[in-house]
Design a binder for this molecule. Structure first.
Ligand code: FES
Ligand SMILES: [Fe+2]
Length: 452
């Protein structure tokens, strides 16, 4: 249990708050590239409680400006994209992507007012389908060489979804390996092909031992958590017998992302970005290690579940997430259908807009959450000093942050500690876009009967 002050410290992200200062040291996902794909690439963006307008100028350059026009405050999100920038629809003042005022057409030709105006503009970059912005002071950090950024665009797919609660509880469900045995429990096993929202329903390692059955029958995983140079690694072990253990390796990438396996060939890197303190977006890059992805198909699958323009789940609080008591009695633990993203969304939104952590009681299965909050508090303190917080990287250090490795499958009960690393090496060696693995780690990987 924690005090209200402690809960505020780790949830509140306004510009003047300690966490707000820490969060502003990192690149933040602010839109999908898809959102600027139409005829008028201009969109309002709200992030960390601040209002911006995001646009692509006629030359293709991206800009993120404060949303209120510096003349008399009209909304630049309704501006006209023309003449090399964004023009306010009220009196025609024109701004470029760097926030320079280029024209004030209602002023006399001799006016110098333009020269004194500089609209706040944040650095913006586009990486594999996501537009990232840096809201902080000074130079932005370098991007780590995570697989989701290293993989060519054709091997990645980006999407997002609205969650109506604080960013931290949205993140914490992703570093909580125990919940999958309950929240995502299915009472019947079926031989389903791997597809979206069914990560926990595929045939997993062994057709006689579907993942749904492993989660259902081995519901008290051993959870190992360790600090890493990027955040935390979480290993959840479900021992099936003396030979076989189900191993799931996931990662928390500081400050607000996780990297988890979606299948043997694909990972999900997912950020939890505060819109404000009571709403967040998850942004994800799906990264394929085997073949290019079918972006149109992946997008169409998700648009059946999410509604534009807000990327709101069609099953949501307003319709009780599709809750069906009969289904809950006979089919699923939640009664909310088979899409595990809906289950997670219910879980985190049902805790309230900002979970009241003065009333919670943590157990041993929450150890990753406990460690994460400790790291978060440490880094909040660090942000108040001259030291660079975790993952505020320079170019050299950024090159050393790779992967991170994930795994979801059956390994040996004795030797799983090295087995998951070997699985990762094997996957990297197979990825067409991956640089060759150094010789010392490229040794022959032992094959296990029950593996993959
Ligand atoms: S308020 Fe924008 S130009 Fe006047
Ligand atoms: Fe989940």
């Amino acid at each position: 249990m924690m005090s209200q002050e402690q809960n505020d410290l780790i949830t509140r992200t306004g510009a003047a708050t300690p966490l707000g200062k820490l969060m502003r040291r990192y690149w933040q996902p602010v839109a999908l590239s898809d959102e600027l794909a139409g005829e008028r690439p201009v969109r309002p963006v709200r992030v960390l409680g601040e209002h911006f307008v995001l646009f692509r100028d006629e030359a293709g350059r991206l800009g993120l400006l404060d949303r209120d026009c510096p003349h008399r405050g009209a909304d630049l999100a309704f501006g006209r994209r023309e003449a090399g920038g964004l023009r306010c629809a009220f009196h025609g003042w024109l701004f470029d992507v760097e926030g320079r005022c280029l024209e004030t057409p209602a002023e006399p030709p001799t006016s110098r007012v333009c020269a004194g105006i500089r609209q706040r503009a944040c650095p913006v970059v586009e990486r594999n389908g996501i537009i990232f912005a840096y809201l902080g002071e000074g130079e932005p950090p370098a991007f780590p060489e995570l697989d989701c950024f290293v993989a060519p665009d054709a091997y990645t797919f980006a999407f997002k979804g609205l969650i109506e609660c604080n960013w931290l509880q949205a993140l914490e469900v992703g570093i909580d390996p125990a919940h999958a045995s309950f929240l995502h429990r299915f009472f019947h096993d079926e031989d389903v092909a791997e597809s979206y929202g069914k990560q926990f329903r595929g045939a997993s390692a062994d057709s006689h031992l579907p993942m749904t059955r492993i989660l259902r029958e081995y519901d008290r995983p051993i959870i190992n958590v360790e600090r890493t140079e990027y955040g935390m690694r979480i290993v959840a072990l479900r021992e099936i017998d003396a030979e076989r253990t189900h191993v799931r390796v996931t990662n928390q990438v500081f400050p607000h992302a996780f990297v988890i396996p979606m299948s043997q060939d694909m990972t999900i890197t997912q950020w939890h970005v505060p819109v404000d303190d009571e709403t967040c977006y998850w942004y994800a890059i799906f990264t394929s290690y085997r073949a290019p992805v079918d972006k149109a198909k992946m997008r169409a699958q998700r648009l059946e579940l999410y509604e534009l323009p807000e990327y709101r789940s069609r099953k949501n609080k307003a319709n009780d997430y599709g809750f069906d008591p009969h289904e809950q009695a006979t089919e699923t633990y939640t009664g909310m259908g088979a899409d595990i993203n809906v289950h997670d969304q219910w879980a985190v939104e049902s805790m309230g807009r900002i979970q009241d952590r003065t009333r919670e009681h943590l157990g041993q299965s929450d150890k990753a959450i406990i460690l994460f909050r400790r790291i978060l508090r440490e880094q909040i303190d660090k942000a108040a000093t001259a030291d660079a917080p975790l993952m505020v990287l320079d170019e050299r250090h950024a090159r050393s942050i790779q992967g991170p490795a994930t795994m979801d499958g059956i390994g040996p009960t004795r030797g799983w500690e090295t087995y998951w690393m070997e699985v990762d090496v094997r996957r990297r060696r197979g990825a067409p876009w991956m640089a060759p693995v150094p010789a010392e780690s490229a040794r022959e990987v032992p094959k296990l009967a029950a593996a993959e």
